[in-house]
Design a protein around this ligand. Structure first.
Ligand SMILES: *[C@@H]1O[C@H](CO)[C@@H](O)[C@H](O)[C@H]1NC(C)=O
Ligand SMILES: *[C@@H]1O[C@H](CO)[C@@H](O)[C@H](O)[C@H]1NC(C)=O
Ligand SMILES: *[C@@H]1O[C@H](CO)[C@@H](O)[C@H](O)[C@H]1NC(C)=O
Ligand SMILES: *[C@@H]1O[C@H](CO)[C@@H](O)[C@H](O)[C@H]1NC(C)=O
Ligand SMILES: *[C@@H]1O[C@H](CO)[C@@H](O)[C@H](O)[C@H]1NC(C)=O
Length: 416
């Protein structure tokens, strides 16, 4: 169900935008248009139109691209152990890469043919000599990630441009990084070759226009939004039906009920203010909590004090800690409390089955903290991220999430 259908209809009518009405035209919207051929009903609608238009000016004035795509392009995702979601892209006319889709960074990189094979073991490497559409750039590039042990990992390389194709859409001259220097083994167990940043341009390194922006600017998608639908697996294996990355308008067949939209609280990450986070029925872990939605993080990263409370409630101690995560007896899952995040005045509930990741007989709590690293993580304005929640895949799993670059907002709905 698309909950602002009236508005959608209005938009289509006013702008006479075929794409807009096509994408909005599912379900009862189109029927309403067709049935309202009597003058008086049209008038009523137009009256409402004016009211709605001024109230929702932003929506009505959404920037339009000259779109050639016929339906919402979707990229199937692979899911490895519920901790990594990735999909295939092509660079140039033939070179294919698996990339992790990361909403908390805004650059695309793949390993370069110049990365020594021992350092880039098992990874596909981009060979620009094999691509006639390659455009040399050569400017040095560097990106840093916090990896599982909270060690900063620095990747180095240089910039290149080429056509980048995903979900059948070919972006012309996308600038990306070829990584030449990689600590050995860092991604050798990963199921992906590179990373595809889905973050805002404000955090793109060197101001490089992120691919998702180019998709829109080159008229390949009708609006600058994308959505993520994750399929969780309880078999703890690699699943090729891992979900979808939807480019452009949301796919209404993948969610149910209303989409709840919340504005970004800060432009940079996909950051929002969560009204409250409550464990069980009444243990409030925080109110007006700042959080980022991050598909590049497997778990939910909580501020240290909150993690302590969570672990107390879950009955976990430091003895349960293995490699930075807390293990839980799988038999206890059904007796654990739910956790409720109030976002946009609506409750988004995670059941223990949502927040405990199961690998055969081993169960891992979906909560961790950025020990040691939190204090050093500051952005350009000097904001400390010590109190930031990172809503990773554990949070995203049960929901359909839309990311809107133009309106700087996030939409959340229950998965169909
Ligand atoms: C849209 O693109 C088509 C084909 O590329 C072109 O003929 C048409 O003039 C464009 N329309 C606008 C409004 O730019
Ligand atoms: C890259 O492609 C070129 C052109 O086909 C080829 O000569 C070269 O050997 C390739 N480099 C590597 C390291 O495979
Ligand atoms: C690939 O890139 C070249 C040069 O940038 C461009 O002329 C060509 O149209 C692109 N091909 C596609 C399919 O986008
Ligand atoms: C490759 O790995 C070695 C360690 O085995 C490291 O010393 C070297 O700097 C790495 N090279 C590159 C180009 O990343
Ligand atoms: C989710 O997984 C199920 C079972 O593997 C599959 O049938 C379904 O198509 C998947 N959904 C998506 C959107 O990938």
């Amino acid at each position: 169900m698309h909950c602002n259908w009236m508005l959608s209809f209005v938009v289509g009518l006013l702008l006479n935008a075929s794409v807009e009405s096509k994408r909005r035209g599912r379900g009862h919207t189109v029927q309403l248009v067709r049935n309202s051929n009597r003058e008086d009903s049209l008038k009523t609608l137009q009256f409402e139109t004016t009211a709605l238009q001024s109230k929702f000016r932003l929506r009505v004035s959404r920037t339009k691209a000259n779109v050639t795509a016929q339906s919402e392009p979707q990229l199937p995702l692979g899911n490895a152990y519920n901790t990594e979601y990735y999909g295939e892209i092509q660079i140039g006319s033939s070179q294919k890469f698996k990339v992790l889709f990361d909403t908390a960074s805004s650059n695309l990189w793949v390993p370069s043919i110049q990365c020594p094979p021992d350092n880039c073991t098992r990874l596909h490497r981009y060979n620009s000599s094999l691509s006639s559409s390659h455009v040399a750039n050569g400017k040095p590039f560097q990106i840093q990630y916090a990896t599982r042990n909270n060690q900063p990992t620095i990747l180095k390389g240089f910039l290149s441009a080429d056509n980048v194709t995903l979900a059948g859409l070919s972006i012309k001259r996308q600038t990306f990084a070829e990584i030449t220097s990689l600590p050995p083994g860092i991604f050798s167990r990963a199921n992906f070759d590179g990373i595809f940043g889905l973050g805002l341009k404000e955090i793109a390194i060197d101001g490089i226009v992120p691919p998702i922006y180019n998709l829109f600017q080159q008229g390949l998608i009708s609006q600058p939004t994308f959505s993520i639908y994750l399929n969780r697996t309880n078999t703890g294996v690699v699943d090729s039906n891992g979900g979808k990355l939807i480019l452009g308008p949301s796919d209404q067949t993948l969610y149910s009920g209303c989409m709840t939209y919340v504005p970004l609280s800060k432009i940079g990450y996909w950051q929002l203010t969560v009204g409250s986070i409550v464990m069980g029925n009444d243990k409030e872990l925080c109110s007006k909590c700042e959080a980022i939605v991050d598909s590049g993080t497997s778990l939910i990263v909580a501020p240290r004090a909150a993690l302590k409370s969570i672990n107390t409630i879950l009955g976990l101690t430091e003895n349960d800690k293995r490699d930075g995560v807390y293990t839980v007896a799988c038999s206890r899952i059904s007796s654990l409390p739910k956790i409720t995040l109030n976002i946009g005045r609506r409750d988004f509930v995670l059941s223990p089955a949502d927040y405990v990741i199961q690998y055969k007989n081993v169960c891992v709590s979906g909560f961790t903290s950025l020990e040691g690293l939190g204090k050093e993580l500051t952005d350009e304005q000097g904001t400390e991220y010590d109190n930031l929640w990172v809503l990773g895949l554990v949070f995203m799993g049960p929901y359909y999430i839309e990311f809107d670059i133009e309106y700087k907002r996030i939409g959340l709905a229950s998965k169909m």
